[in-house]
Write a protein that binds this ligand. Structure first.
Ligand code: CUV
Ligand code: SF4
Length: 635
């Protein structure tokens, strides 16, 4: 078992307090689960019918097939397909809510505005819609109609969101493999069907269906969600703020937003601003909103809200004793939060019909009643402030200054300062001349199987030292923010000479007064679509397949099914995709070989599993080097 729980100094400071307060954390429960089931870990346990559970003996002495005859290859791939479909379902559901919000906003039925007309027009043009002098509500309704058409498509047409946004070369590859997704709901339903008892027994066919789910995730989940959210709330531009638990303010009402969909958290941020006076009347200096997980990333990118904690530290945030209320929407919310909150004065508030936690207060969120709900929640936080026990409060004094908000638009605008006519040229030129050796996207979660943040931080340290530009989202971005990779001091400390020179030059040209950070925060998990857009733009500019770019992806500490779907999408984009935690597939040698090797001949990308961050960095550098070689670039 791993020796250390976290490398985050704030987490390390709070763990003894958790023990002292008698509060159990994710790490305690992880220990209690040891040893974890070997069959499950290898992916060779099947519970898809009631004759089971069945398991395959990985050492070959016991059963080689389930009761129905399913082999290890079949069981492993069926399980993987279901996991990736689970992740895709989460993202498509998220996107659907955002489409609905845009529809109601455009019809004037809810109190949300259309904040970014430029983005709306750009998306409409991409969809082939006539933009000319339409008012924004009408145009938004046409975009909404196109989105609903994807979700209600009963024919065999591939989803339009993919067709208009993906690189042409990739579309051809996916078409030849027969994995262009149609209606995303239909594809997810089909994946569930395909994996029930007595269905597909061809591991290769199951892996291809898994790849198709990656595309569902990428275009009908991530891309669609980001597009809708940018139209509604604005496309991010660079912001300066802070990260880690030190952002909590002892003398303020501390309200945490946790989860993923920004529809409620945007309103919370707004009303926390409006109701400051009430907090002051209650004896506080004001209201401090901070973020956990991807809700945190969303309101960070658009509203400069500081990041409090990533996935593994969500309980520790409450253990500071300084959180008055934590409001959650969907995904990555540990059910344990209710028990942790009950040891303090913290009010845990659930808001969604599909996320209720016994012990939490449920305040139902609807788009129509969003302002009322947000006010109720902010006032609950103010009331809870009065119940604080000052003896139980301990806020670790750790935080890092960060620059975030790097949408593709923001990156292009910074680069335009160098070359207004061809903004991508300075980036590409520096990749070509080797000042920037390559680009790696680090994404995804923390996983309790790894020391918190260590894989993110050690991997990225090595990459940027070797002049790799890193773009990050999700809890990876949190980890790197906390570790000081998202400010100009980080450039000084960590970046190799070539990278440092480029970041300094762009920072100067863009009038920032400081170098760009070596890691660009591109947003939440659905904002991985922004990374996809960047990769697509680079491939388009160079007129090459994205699979041949010196670009790779990594989920250093993945835990959620969504991270597997995002990783699968990255593989379909032709990228070598590193996983720093072993996924449950090793029970089949053939499938492991296919995912980590064979797949690259078929689709251009592959998975690369390595738990040691330094070795992983070497592996990714090697991958980038071989891509540079093939493009004839200096290595
Ligand atoms: Ni969506 S999915 S633990 S919050 S990144 Fe963080 Fe990001 Fe993984 Fe969850
Ligand atoms: Fe066992 Fe087959 Fe049923 Fe799975 S589907 S539980 S392998 S009998």
């Amino acid at each position: 078992m791993k020796s250390q729980k976290s490398i985050d100094p704030a987490a390390l400071e709070l763990l003894p307090k958790a023990a002292l307060d008698g509060v159990e954390t994710v790490w305690d429960r992880y220990e209690a689960q040891q040893p974890q089931c070997g069959f499950g870990s290898l992916g060779v346990c099947c519970r898809h019918c009631v004759q089971g559970p069945c398991r395959i003996d990985p050492f070959g002495n016991g059963p080689k097939a389930g009761i129905c005859g399913a082999s290890a290859d079949v069981i492993v791939t069926r399980n993987l397909l279901r996991q990736v479909a689970g992740g895709a379902a989460a993202h498509v559901d998220h996107a659907y809510e955002a489409v609905e919000a845009l529809e109601l906003a455009a019809k004037g039925n809810i109190n949300y505005s259309i904040a970014d007309e430029t983005k709306l027009q750009q998306i409409a043009r991409g969809l082939g819609l006539e933009v000319s002098d339409k008012n924004k509500a009408d145009l938004a309704l046409e975009v909404v109609e196109a989105a609903y058409a994807d979700l209600a498509n009963h024919g065999s047409k591939p989803v339009q969101w993919l067709m208009v946004n993906a690189p042409k070369e990739r579309i051809a590859v996916w078409q030849s493999l027969g994995i262009l997704p149609r209606n995303p709901d239909r594809e997810i339903r089909e994946a569930m069907h395909q994996t029930t008892m007595g269905m597909d027994a061809d591991p290769v066919n199951l892996v291809l269906s898994t790849a198709k789910q990656g595309l569902v995730d990428g275009y009908s989940g991530l891309k669609l969600a980001t597009d809708m959210q940018d139209i509604l709330f604005g496309t991010p531009t660079p912001v300066v703020t802070e990260a880690n638990l030190g952002v909590l303010k002892e003398d303020c009402v501390n309200l945490i937003v946790h989860g993923h969909v920004p529809l409620l958290s945007e309103k919370i941020v707004f009303w926390a601003g409006k109701l400051q006076e009430e907090a002051i009347l209650a004896g506080a200096k004001g209201i401090q909103v901070s973020g956990v997980c991807c809700s945190g990333n969303e309101v960070l990118m658009r509203n400069r809200i500081p990041l409090a904690a990533n996935y593994l530290a969500q309980e520790l945030a409450i253990i500071t004793g300084a959180i008055d209320a934590m409001v959650v929407d969907v995904q990555c919310i540990m059910p344990s939060l209710a028990k942790v909150a009950s040891c303090y004065h913290t009010e845990l508030i659930t808001t969604m019909p599909i996320v209720k936690i016994p012990g939490a207060t449920h305040v139902p969120f609807t788009l129509e009643g969003a302002d009322d709900t947000a006010q109720v929640i902010v006032r609950k936080a103010i009331t809870a402030y009065g119940r604080r026990n000052s003896k139980k409060i301990h806020i670790p004094n750790y935080k890092q200054k960060i620059v975030a908000g790097f949408s593709v638009e923001a990156i292009v605008s910074a680069l335009s300062a160098v070359n207004p006519n061809q903004p991508l040229k300075p980036l590409v030129d520096n990749i070509v001349n080797g000042n920037i050796f390559g680009v790696v996207a680090t994404v995804g979660c923390n996983n309790v199987k790894a020391t918190q943040d260590i894989v993110h931080v050690e991997l990225v340290k090595e990459l940027v030292r070797n002049n790799v530009l890193v773009v990050a989202t999700g809890c990876s971005a949190h980890a790197l923010a906390k570790a000081g990779f998202m400010n100009s001091e980080g450039t000084e400390t960590y970046a190799g000479e070539g990278l440092k020179a480029v970041l300094t030059a762009i920072g100067q040209a863009a009038g920032l007064g400081t170098p760009l950070p070596p890691v660009l925060h591109m947003g939440s998990c659905v904002d991985n679509s922004r990374i996809g857009d960047l990769v697509t733009a680079l491939a388009g500019y160079l007129n090459v397949d994205s699979a041949s770019l010196p670009v790779a992806a990594s989920a250093p500490e993945p835990q959620h099914e969504k991270a597997l779907s995002i990783g699968t999408w990255a593989v379909t984009m032709g990228l070598t995709t590193h996983l720093g935690v072993v996924p449950p597939v090793l029970g089949s040698k053939a499938v492991t070989e296919l995912l980590t090797n064979g797949l690259s001949d078929v689709i251009g990308g592959k998975f690369y599993v390595e738990t040691d961050p330094l070795k992983a960095a070497q592996g990714l550098l090697e991958d980038i080097r071989s891509k540079r070689q093939k493009l004839g670039l200096p290595c």
